[in-house]
Design a protein around this ligand. Structure first.
Ligand SMILES: Cc1ncc(COP(=O)(O)O)c(C=O)c1O
Length: 361
């Protein structure tokens, strides 16, 4: 008998899986590690999900048709320019399934969303990473030069929160000879988007999610907007019933609740700016963020910074039951923490603990 290890495909055997942010069980945690919204969904959305639950004996719409229509109307695009996924991760996966994989090359900037290399590895594709400098400016020329079938660009970027200027993304779209995916998971918190490029280019895809600004990470719904040609291809490689009924109903209701979300998003942005000011005030370097998180370099009272300092504070915060995200594996990220924006009171607690840590050093 062959062993399981012998049976598994070569490229899967040593695959390094994606590491999701820690989801603690138990009470008392302040969760600033996975960029979720700190507020429960409004009553209308919970009602829509509850009502839909009476129809659970039936399969859902394979294409999430009603939600597609609601989104097409919202963005003023055609219905065949929209596809719905089980989270935007599902769409990123479909993009690699369709355009990446064996014999193809995925291109990414580094650091950005660490799922892209994992999806590429699962599909037996190659990945090329173009490193940012410390200014995190978009390396347009390098990206254009590195002939690839698919490019994932996260804007606003994660983990920095920096959004790339539209004219630079347009320049990329003009000259990049592959599918250009702009992952706009955090765009609702930003002051601009690459949406205008959809009218100009057939090879531009924009992915969005209900997990962040809409506070529905637990529902798992994302969507992509692109030309009918690209959407048709993604639709062909999609799992037949990729989004369940409850999620389709909840997400459609969320799009109709714009007034609520506009005020919530504003609140998050205000809290973000207050938190940024507070961290700049204690001497940290903090990138200007257009997302619902901050990428910040801690400094201790003696003025010391670096990987040891970031790691020490990360641990100190865990002991205080505050979770943030730390990416220790790379020189560009190892002296920083990524801090999701929670409620105003959660962020006050966070700042208090930071000051406590500084005084205890
Ligand atoms: C840049 C980026 N894209 C996509 C996602 C995935 O979102 P979803 O919950 O829609 O799968 C995340 C989640 O953290 C993200 O940071």
């Amino acid at each position: 008998m062959r062993t399981i290890n012998e049976l598994v495909q070569d490229h899967i055997r040593n695959l390094e899986p994606y590491t999701p942010g820690f989801q603690p069980t138990g009470d008392g945690w302040i969760k600033l590690n996975t960029n979720e919204l700190p507020y429960a969904p409004p009553e209308e959305i919970r009602k829509a999900i509850h009502e839909e639950s009476t129809r659970l004996a039936r399969y859902p719409s394979p294409t999430s048709q009603e939600l597609r229509e609601v989104l097409a109307k919202f963005y003023q695009v055609k219905v065949d320019q929209v596809i719905i996924g089980n989270g935007s991760d599902d769409l990123l996966n479909l993009l690699v399934r369709a355009f990446g994989g064996a014999g193809k090359q995925t291109l990414e900037t580094f650091p950005s969303y660490s799922l892209y290399p994992v999806l590429t590895a699962i599909a037996a594709g190659d990945i090329k990473s173009i490193q940012f400098g410390t200014d995190f400016a978009l390396p347009v020329e390098q990206l254009i030069e590195s002939k690839s079938e698919i490019l994932f660009l996260t804007s606003p970027n994660a983990p920095t929160g920096v959004r790339f200027p539209l004219d630079q993304i347009r320049e990329l779209a003009k000259r990049f000879d592959g599918v250009l995916v702009i992952d706009e998971a955090y765009a609702e918190f930003a002051e601009g988007s690459a949406l205008p490029l959809l009218e100009e280019f057939d090879h531009v895809v924009i992915t969005r999610t209900f997990s962040k600004a809409y506070g529905l990470a637990g529902l798992r719904v994302g969507y992509a907007l692109a030309s009918p040609e690209v959407i048709n291809i993604l639709d062909r490689v999609r799992d037949s019933y990729n989004v369940n009924r409850l999620s389709q109903a909840g997400a459609a209701s969320a799009i109709q609740s714009q007034e609520y979300y506009i005020s919530v998003i504003n609140e998050v942005k205000q809290t973000r700016e207050r938190t940024r000011e507070a961290l700049l005030g204690v001497g940290w370097k903090v990138y200007p963020s257009e997302a619902n998180f901050l990428f910040a370099e801690p400094v201790d009272t003696s003025g010391k910074k670096g990987a040891d300092v970031a790691a020490a504070l990360y641990q100190f915060l865990i002991n205080a039951k505050i979770l943030v995200r730390y990416f220790p594996k790379h020189p560009l990220t190892e002296s920083y923490l990524r801090i999701s924006i929670g409620s105003p009171s959660e962020m006050e607690r966070f700042i208090e603990e930071v000051k406590k840590w500084q005084n205890s050093e």
